[in-house]
Design a protein around this ligand. Structure first.
Ligand SMILES: Cc1cc2nc3c(=O)[nH]c(=O)nc-3n(C[C@H](O)[C@H](O)[C@H](O)COP(=O)(O)OP(=O)(O)OC[C@H]3O[C@@H](n4cnc5c(N)ncnc54)[C@H](O)[C@@H]3O)c2cc1C
Length: 312
């Protein structure tokens, strides 16, 4: 790859805080609220125009891991429970006690955006949306500021503590922390996936569901349908009986490489419609189906991670 030199320049300071959180997903909004409720001046930087990360932008759900396996015993509470209860007040999630009876907490992503705004605002967090963290300034082995890119330009955000909640270890990577990608054997990261939502899909009885699953698997075996499981009828995060949010797509590539990510987005967008067509079952009437959302961005779990070293 050829290179050009970027001239050094002085950056204006957009904000200054005790705690600067990069990324407004499940890791970020929780860190920001916890810090602010402890009295720290907190800034939360998010590249999209709303909070929630994969839960809202990626339609990923239901929220998993809130209870012990095959038991109604909660293993988390705190902010997850508060989120669930606030969503429940809007009819956008089950009550916490009812959620403990479920393997995951279904929720409405659009209302989650609203609730998260209320929660961070109530905690006194300064939120900067549409703000991409593009670099980290390191002095004496410590991060002293993040460099952001937004419509306001290239600006710095100074802080005492920094939380990397980008999901991709962007801050650690930019700060020069050693990172690694993928599995040790060959470095290949977990495949990316795009969840999508379709409305107007009738609830299937057990027999119709079995027949639909068989058809999907047969189409996959014939090479006509690219799905990595047969759960095309899965409701996942949605609360609505006639909606589905299947988690059936996978695309191999590196989501921290802009060309790899672009290839995944283009390939998945083309195939999502094909997968939606596979939701037609022997009992479903095609004309009743409708898109409930556009397809959200592709995502991957932990594509790049810091290589932690024990303090020497
Ligand atoms: C296909 C798929 C299906 C999944 N299914 C489930 C499921 O059913 N249930 C479940 O509980 N979990 C599921 N997961 C896992 C879940 O999505 C993650 O555990 C969770 O999103 C991690 O939260 P996070 O805050 O670390 O990262 P993310 O949710 O990725 O949030 C990161 C945030 O940081 C922002 N960001 C990133 N880089 C920058 C930057 N440079 N500057 C500013 N902002 C930035 C992003 O826009 C985003 O808002 C699934 C994951 C995938 C990929």
């Amino acid at each position: 790859m050829s290179v050009i030199e970027e001239p050094a320049r002085r950056l204006e300071v957009l904000a200054e805080a005790d705690v600067v959180v990069a990324g407004g997903g499940p890791g970020g909004w929780t860190a920001a609220i916890a810090a602010a409720r402890c009295g720290a001046r907190t800034v939360l930087l998010e590249r999209y125009g709303f909070l929630g990360g994969m839960a809202t932008a990626g339609l990923v759900g239901p929220i998993l891991g809130h209870r012990a396996h095959n038991s109604a015993r909660p293993i988390v509470g705190g902010l997850v429970r508060e989120l669930c209860e606030r969503l429940h007040c809007l009819g956008a999630a089950p009550a916490w006690q009812d959620a403990l009876g479920l393997w995951g907490i279904p929720f409405e992503p659009e209302l989650m955006k609203v609730v998260l705004d209320e929660m961070v605002e109530g905690a006194g967090v300064e939120v900067l949306l549409h703000t991409l963290v593009a670099n980290a300034v390191v002095r004496g082995g410590r991060i002293v500021a993040l460099v952001t890119e937004s419509k306001s330009g290239r600006l710095a955000v100074k802080g005492h503590m920094f939380v990397d909640a980008t999901g991709d270890a962007d801050v650690a990577f930019r700060a020069g922390v050693p990172t690694h990608k993928g599995r040790p054997a060959d470095g290949r990261p977990m495949a990316m996936g795009t969840m999508f939502r379709v409305g107007g899909v009738p609830v299937l009885c057990e027999e119709a569901s079995r027949v639909a699953t068989e058809r999907i698997l047969a189409a996959r075996d014939r090479g006509e349908l690219r799905v990595y499981n047969a759960g095309v009828q899965t409701r996942s995060s949605t609360l609505r009986n006639d909606h589905i949010t299947p988690n059936v797509t996978r695309f191999a590539g590196d989501p921290t490489d802009v060309r790899g990510l672009t290839r995944a987005e283009l390939a998945e967008a083309a195939r999502v419609r094909q997968r939606a067509a596979a939701t037609v079952s022997p009992t479903a009437r095609c004309c009743r189906r409708r898109w409930a959302t556009c397809w959200p961005p592709a995502g991957a779990s932990q594509p790049r991670m810091p290589r932690w070293q024990a303090p020497g």
